[in-house]
Design a protein around this ligand. Structure first.
Ligand SMILES: C[S@@+](CC[C@H](N)C(=O)[O-])C[C@H]1O[C@@H](n2cnc3c(N)ncnc32)[C@H](O)[C@@H]1O
Length: 220
């Protein structure tokens, strides 16, 4: 059954949920010697709130068992660390794809323990070239997540590659003022039109101070 909500009442202003102690410990333990200048953005209140929201609604909508999870535009691997460290989820492995070659080494440090156990892998690749067949980087995934939709032009080029019926969860936003956002979306309705699903399990909006983040969960 489709769950729909608008979290305005729960998220008036920016509530700054922050990271859990375990997440912070993981980052400190990673001991990244030459950290990228924007690394702190990956851990800011908005980023962590949107990913906490993603994990909560994912568990409600599709459960917690996924053998292989693909994350498109996975940046520095924070979402990978959060889902692998969340006791509600039983995940075989996470493959995090990002087009920026500077992301993979950082993501693999942040997920160092899981990378050593082959439960996390960061791949430098364009989401518009990712394969979802047995010859892909991680074989056939059971779940595809893209929280970077606003950063990727030509949506059909990455969305069109995901096989029909595959479980998926995607986020975008209406933060048009950010120059890196080459593909913002004006509303949740427009996001649904852009990413049609045969079985939509959840749609929602997370209001922030300067923009709204939209999320869809379901099966393509
Ligand atoms: C700023 S980050 C992520 C922001 C987003 N709110 C989140 O936390 O998921 C956006 C990432 O998307 C990546 N990216 C942009 N276009 C891409 C593409 N075509 N394929 C893979 N990664 C891409 C960028 O390199 C960057 O690391």
């Amino acid at each position: 059954m489709l769950e729909r909500d608008n979290l305005r009442s729960q998220t008036r202003g920016d509530p700054t949920p922050g990271m859990g102690a375990a997440d912070l410990e993981r980052v400190l333990a990673a001991n990244i010697s030459s950290s990228p200048v924007d690394l702190h953005h990956a851990f800011n209140a908005n980023q962590i709130a949107s990913k906490t929201w993603l994990l909560d609604r994912l568990h409600d909508s599709l459960g917690g068992h996924f053998e292989t999870v693909y994350i498109l535009g996975g940046w520095y691997g924070v979402l990978g660390a959060m889902i692998l460290g969340d006791a509600r989820f039983a995940i075989g492995r996470v493959i995090s794809f990002d087009i920026d070659p500077g992301c993979a080494p950082v993501a693999e440090r942040i997920n160092g323990e899981e990378a050593a156990r082959a439960r996390f892998q960061a791949v430098t690749a364009d989401a518009r070239g990712v394969r979802y067949d047995p010859c892909g980087a991680g074989g056939v995934p059971n779940l595809v997540i893209n929280t970077s939709c606003e950063h990727m032009t030509r949506t059909a080029d990455w969305y069109g590659r995901i096989p029909d019926g595959m479980a998926q969860e995607h986020q975008s936003n209406d933060y048009f003022d950010c120059p890196e956002h080459v593909n913002c979306i004006a509303s949740l309705e427009a996001f649904k039109d852009e990413l049609p699903m045969s079985d939509l399990r959840y749609e929602g909006t997370l209001p922030r101070r300067r923009y709204s983040r939209f999320m869809l969960i379901g099966k393509k």
